[in-house]
Design a protein around this ligand. Structure first.
Ligand SMILES: Cc1cc2nc3c(=O)[nH]c(=O)nc-3n(C[C@H](O)[C@H](O)[C@H](O)COP(=O)(O)OP(=O)(O)OC[C@H]3O[C@@H](n4cnc5c(N)ncnc54)[C@H](O)[C@@H]3O)c2cc1C
Length: 157
């Protein structure tokens, strides 16, 4: 007889846990208090019919870059990551706005005299994301420092 597991809550963490347990051969029940799954990552018609809103989270770089999510055939189940050309913007009092750029070259030119420092800070993470991500996104209890150099870049500025 299959071993059984019960996961309370169908947010992204609950569903990820349920998938891992199911992959390990367990029979998994996911119990959800709400009428639809997804937790704080749901898209709901919160205002007018047909107008869909982020119920909670809206920006998902760690979802798109997640080693675990990447191991799943989510596209076959309809997942499409939509990348906005301007993922984030912060308006300033003088009428201008700071925009988060997706490309380091664009970020460098947008940041002017600070551009080179930004590139120096971020380039190691951009270039080595596939090695870095599994380390920083692994369960906290099994965390180990991947390479001291990129970490020291965060702490030395
Ligand atoms: C307003 C807001 C904005 C956010 N913005 C971002 C963002 O832009 N980017 C980002 O990466 N993250 C963002 N987050 C965080 C992200 O949504 C959470 O980290 C993520 O949803 C956590 O997933 P989870 O599975 O742990 O919990 P949740 O998504 O909270 O899911 C928990 C689920 O468990 C259910 N549940 C709870 N108790 C019970 C029970 N006793 N019985 C049955 N079901 C139960 C709940 O109904 C819910 O569906 C945001 C969160 C909020 C609230």
């Amino acid at each position: 007889m299959k071993r059984k597991a019960c996961v309370i809550g169908s947010g992204p963490n609950g569903l990820a846990a349920a998938i891992v347990l199911a992959q390990a051969g367990l029979h998994v029940d996911v119990l959800e208090a709400e009428t639809t799954p997804g937790g704080a990552v749901r898209t709901l018609e919160l205002t007018l019919p047909g107008f869909k809103h982020d119920f909670g989270s809206a920006v998902h770089p760690l979802g798109a870059g997640s080693p675990f999510f990447s191991s799943l055939p989510l596209r076959d189940h309809g997942l499409e990551w939509i990348h906005s050309p301007a993922p984030l913007a912060h308006p300033l009092d003088d009428g201008t706005a700071v925009v988060l750029e997706r490309d380091l070259v664009d970020a460098k030119s947008a940041l002017g005299i600070d551009g080179a420092a930004w590139v120096s800070l971020m380039q190691p993470f951009v270039e080595q994301w596939s090695k870095f991500a599994p380390e920083v996104l692994r369960p906290v209890l099994s965390f180990r420092v991947w390479q001291p150099i990129p970490f020291s870049r965060w702490t030395s500025r």
